[in-house]
Design a protein around this ligand. Structure first.
Ligand code: SF4
Ligand code: SF4
Length: 474
């Protein structure tokens, strides 16, 4: 008798891993093993080891994902998500969370334990990345170069997996290609090439350090919270870095003041959160298997509003104090030390702990958008525009809804999409990142991401079927 006999034509049982999938897993595993061994200072030639690691991870993941999804009919397969240890807070999920969290703690506060030696030759994990760093900018790697490379490789490898999984949905394909390109070019290659051309982060032959500024053009204030810090403003105006430095200064201010509100008005915050941003890029690719873990409770929604707007107020106050200090050439405001009172707590609590350690380390516990939903001040800023002055909404064809709940389950922002769909009500929520997954997983075509006239965007449908039975609207 056939082992996987199944009468369903819509939802066949997943097949066992075939030999190509196993080969893909083995190749990616070898890549990860090389990273792990290098951390333990096993003597592996750096150039060869790094090549094996990066090519292995990208190639192995691609082969595995290709065989996994292309052997099945097109359509999103989320079979068994609540039964897998890794993605349902089981033992494997906890182990993954602890490893990720531990890695971020070392990266931010103890980089010497991953081999970073600012006053000597790097060792172990960081030393493995030296050849690539030498290639780009003629100096050894830092822990941030290692992190940037692994971050980009994760988005690339798991982005390709995402493309196979959602291949029938053109919106998902376009925005995923967009985040991959944005990360690869704008966040990684362009900054490294500019550093190689001595447009930032340079020391002169006499040993004078000319300063550092961020050359990731899509990292916009207030997400890029140190944009207005004294060292950053000075570096962008440093003579040796012109004309690129001032260009970054002008573009940085224009991105916050003009580009962000205009684009958010026309298409919602999705232009950034789901098409461009690096945090969103990682959440959508590496974090995709964890999206159903976001809490849909009302208490989580309340907490979200307090936290995200609290962080936003914090960054505005901190930046106002910083700018005041810069132009009035003082380290104090109202008798408070600007660094100790504002910058240092923000950097520690929000810049490192919230966005990195919790934001990514807690994917397996709290879902893939913990940072975007609860902490990101950029999301808070755009959310206010999206809620009150935007053309974006998700329209719902309530009559078609069968209340299956797929949309709510896979909404990474914890929005109870089904509740809106059942009432036929437009979804106009500050937190929606416009990922479109609710629409993609809906079996009835109920949900549509739209940009349209502002009028009637907030209106309730003429008939509402809610907790209090049926109500007729005026
Ligand atoms: S409501 Fe839909 S588009 Fe918005 S964040 Fe949730 S799943 Fe994504
Ligand atoms: S996925 Fe579609 S059919 Fe299912 S509850 Fe949501 S809107 Fe209704």
């Amino acid at each position: 008798m056939q082992k996987d006999a199944n009468l369903s034509i819509a939802n066949p049982h997943p097949k066992d891993a075939d030999v190509w999938q196993k080969l893909g897993l083995a190749i990616a595993g070898v890549g990860l093993l090389v990273l792990f061994l290098s951390w333990g200072n096993v003597p592996i030639p750096a150039a060869m080891g790094l090549t094996i690691a990066l090519v292995g991870i990208i190639g192995g993941t691609t082969l595995y994902a290709y065989r996994l999804y292309m052997r099945q009919p097109a359509g999103i397969k989320n079979n068994g998500v609540w039964f897998k240890s890794l993605i349902n807070r089981g033992a494997l999920g906890w182990i993954a969370g602890i490893i990720l969290t531990g890695f971020y703690v070392l990266l931010y506060w103890y980089p010497e334990y991953i081999g970073y030696k600012p006053n000597g030759a790097n060792e172990g994990f960081v030393a493995l990345f030296d050849p690539l760093s030498q290639f780009f900018k003629g100096k050894p790697a830092s822990q941030w170069f290692l992190y940037g490379t692994l971050y980009t490789v994760s988005i690339l490898a798991l982005g390709i997996k995402f493309l196979f999984k959602y291949r029938y949905n053109s919106y998902q394909l376009k925005r995923t290609v967009s985040v991959i390109i944005a990360q690869l070019f704008l966040a990684y290659l362009v900054p490294e090439i500019l550093a190689g051309l001595n447009y930032n982060d340079v020391s002169t032959a006499q040993g004078e350090y000319l300063g550092y500024y961020d050359t990731d053009i899509k990292n916009v204030w207030p997400l890029d919270y140190d944009f207005f810090y004294e060292y950053h403003l000075d570096a962008m105006q440093q003579e040796a870095y012109q004309p690129v430095g001032v260009l970054y200064l002008i573009i940085g201010i224009a991105m916050f003041l003009l580009v962000t509100p205009i684009l958010t008005y026309y298409v919602g915050k999705r232009w950034y959160c789901s098409w461009v941003c690096g945090c969103g890029g990682l959440a959508e690719t590496a974090g995709d298997p964890f999206r159903h873990l976001s809490s849909k409770k009302l208490s989580a929604w309340k907490l979200e509003r307090w936290l995200i707007h609290g962080v936003m107020v914090f960054v505005f106050v901190m930046t106002a104090a910083t700018v005041y200090g810069y132009f009035w050439n003082t380290g104090e405001v109202f008798g408070l030390n600007i660094y100790n009172t504002f910058q240092k707590p923000y950097g520690f609590l929000i810049g490192a702990t919230f966005s990195g350690v919790i934001g990514v380390g807690f994917y397996p516990m709290l879902g893939n958008r913990v940072w975007c939903r609860f902490g990101c001040p950029m999301a808070g800023y755009m959310g206010i525009i999206q809620r009150f002055k935007s053309r974006f909404r998700i329209t719902t064809n309530g009559g078609q809804c069968i209340s299956c709940g797929n949309c709510s389950t896979y909404c990474e922002q914890g929005i109870d999409v089904r509740a809106y769909a059942q009432k036929g009500q437009n979804i106009v929520r500050a937190s929606c990142v416009g990922c479109g997954i609710c629409s993609a997983v809906c079996p009835r075509g109920v949900l549509k991401l739209e940009n349209g006239p502002e009028e009637k965007r907030h209106d309730l449908p003429p008939i509402i079927i809610g907790n209090k039975s049926v109500e007729l609207q005026d």
